[in-house]
Design a protein around this ligand. Sequence first.
Ligand code: SIN
Length: 289
Amino acid sequence: MHVSRLSPALGAEVINSDIRSLSNDEFARLRQTWNEAGGLLVIRNQQLEADDQVAFARRFGELFGEADQFQESVLKNLLPGQPALYRVSNKVDSSGEPLGRARAGTYWHSDVSFRRQPAQASLLYGIEVPDHGGDTQFASLSAAYNGLSEAMQTLLQPLNAVHDFRVAAVSSGTYSTADLNSGDFDGANRWTHPVVVRHPETTKPTLYVNPGFTSHLEGFERTESDALLGYLYQHCQRPEFVYRHRWQPRDLLIWDNRCTMHCAISDYTADRYLHRATVIADTPVSYMA
Ligand code: SIN
């Protein structure tokens, strides 16, 4: 396995590795590399059947679709026969039925942050990707935290933020009424998390807010909350905290939702078809705890 860094804030490319056959020691090294690279690995040229991807994802922890369900609107986009794989695609079958969620995640977010136990790793496998366009951007929320003044870090540390799937459902512009189900809003998809959390593996502080799902800061007037969150989102998207991934077929990306957010870019018309496995995290813990 050969590893090279992709950007100073986050990301490492891995070549000459077949994730289907990693020993426990090799897996532990890969996981360490993932943490050292700020929670983003780009593993090139994998040959994965659906079951291979799920078996590998299970090495990171329990999966949505198995140990817990995704929000209801995702269910129709799961791979038939393999409920741990979420299909992200603009393709349709011969009768015009969508083969996945088109333009999924085209807003900055950390996966499933609206749950008490949100997402840890997401593993996205590019089966068919456009020649150009359809990139995915990633921002390091730990590098962004480190880039704040001490005064701002101190202000943020005791704060909590409400995360709610409704924010993306209503404001991202990517959900039609037909995409959504009443179960999406039954209360399970709303949770309060600390704004600065301790990463459970690196023990480092990281921001844990994102424009896709964070509704507001607890205890603030809405205008105050919008202003502070707006500043943080702008800060996190500074170029020095962001890596933009240009997909190659058979790339497997593994990102850590506990210290990154991402945004898929909707600038293509060519076919795009990917499978995502999503690992369940422990409930985030405040850096101050
Ligand atoms: C997602 O948010 O999981 C989708 C990312 C992508 O399609 O690049």
